[in-house]
Design a protein around this ligand. Structure first.
Ligand code: GDP
Ligand code: MG
Length: 302
């Protein structure tokens, strides 16, 4: 039977850092809006992703993670999760990593109210398990806790069993008018997503010291004749960090630029001409470096 009434609701995705929340969100939306990385704490912003399926609109909230070595940060995060992410949302998706269940996961789960009909447990990364039966006793133990309406093992990365999660969410959405137009996927602009894509490439290609000290500003974002022209400045705090970003003879920056451009082209579905500048935040005027990667020069030609 087809649905007669419109449904709309907020879904919050919570869980420890690195369990795959951003990957899951991106896969559900079919588009990358939240940056992912092997390094923890890359999600700085709380993002909304929107997916409308027939009469139902799902509005996703991707909550920032916490650093697992920080007890205080953990407590703070849990309080925040308990006070905001879990309250005032219609569906809660709690993500854990299969076979990597820890004390922290348990503490976090304690915040979830018992007997909740709108909480879903996602056991992610099942592609990492050789013997799928190994999961069954675990699922049984968790289901006895009476915390979750559904327990869904899946692989966000390998796109396994994602529809089970979407179906489960859809069933739990309340009736209500849609808050966003049907074709909208995020409440953040393409410009912001572009800056996150570029920032991600910097993080994944440069050493550990850099990630938390870099910010990206988009200075130009303009589509002309099926080419999106993007100028971005990477701001770092120290000259040494600038050196790390640029690499010897600019090789590092070039690989950042190329990787970012390729992903931007996929995201925007246009060719992209990307100009990257690196600047040290203080007194940078005589201290810049520039790189241009021209999307339309590559790929199709030759
Ligand atoms: P978040 O911190 O919870 O948002 O986690 P991310 O989405 O950034 O993912 C952390 C890491 O786990 C990334 O390297 C992902 O590629 C990886 N990952 C996410 N989902 C899966 C999965 O289903 N299987 C495997 N093997 N890796 C995954
Ligand atoms: Mg994330």
């Amino acid at each position: 039977m087809s649905q007669q009434y419109k449904k709309s609701g907020y879904i919050s995705i919570v869980g420890k850092t690195n369990v795959g929340k951003s990957t899951l969100l991106n896969e559900i939306l079919g588009q990358k809006i939240s940056i992912t990385s092997r390094k923890p704490q890359t999600t700085r912003h709380r993002l909304l992703g929107i997916k409308t399926v027939k009469e139902s609109q799902m509005i996703f909230i991707d909550t920032p993670g916490f650093h697992k070595d920080h007890k205080r940060a953990l407590n703070k995060y849990m309080n925040k999760v308990a006070s905001s992410a879990m309250k005032g949302v219609d569906v809660l998706v709690y993500v854990i990593e299969s076979l990597a269940w820890t004390e922290e996961d348990k503490e976090l789960m304690d915040q979830i109210p018992d007997g909740n009909k709108t909480s879903i447990l996602v056991i992610n990364k099942i592609d990492k398990i050789n013997q799928k039966e190994d999961l069954l006793p675990f699922i049984e133990t968790i289901s006895k806790l009476n915390k979750f309406a559904d327990i869904i093992p899946l692989s966000a990365l390998k796109k396994q069993n994602l529809t089970a999660l979407v179906d489960s969410i859809l069933l739990k959405l309340p009736e209500g008018d849609h808050a966003y137009p049907t074709d909208q996927v995020a409440d953040v602009s393409e410009r912001f997503i572009a800056s996150e894509i570029i920032r991600e490439k910097c993080i994944t290609r440069v050493g550990d010291e850099l990630p938390y000290r870099i910010s990206v500003s988009i200075d130009k974002f303009k589509e002309e004749d099926k080419i999106t022209h993007i100028d971005a400045t990477l701001f770092v705090e120290k000259k040494s960090q600038k050196g790390m970003l640029i690499g010897s003879s600019g090789t590092k920056l070039k690989s950042i630029g190329t990787a970012a451009r390729l992903e931007l082209e996929e995201f925007l579905a246009t060719k992209v001409m990307l100009n990257l500048w690196v600047k040290v935040k203080q007194g940078w005027t005589d201290d810049e470096a520039m790189l241009t990667t021209m999307g339309y020069d590559l790929g199709k030609s030759s």
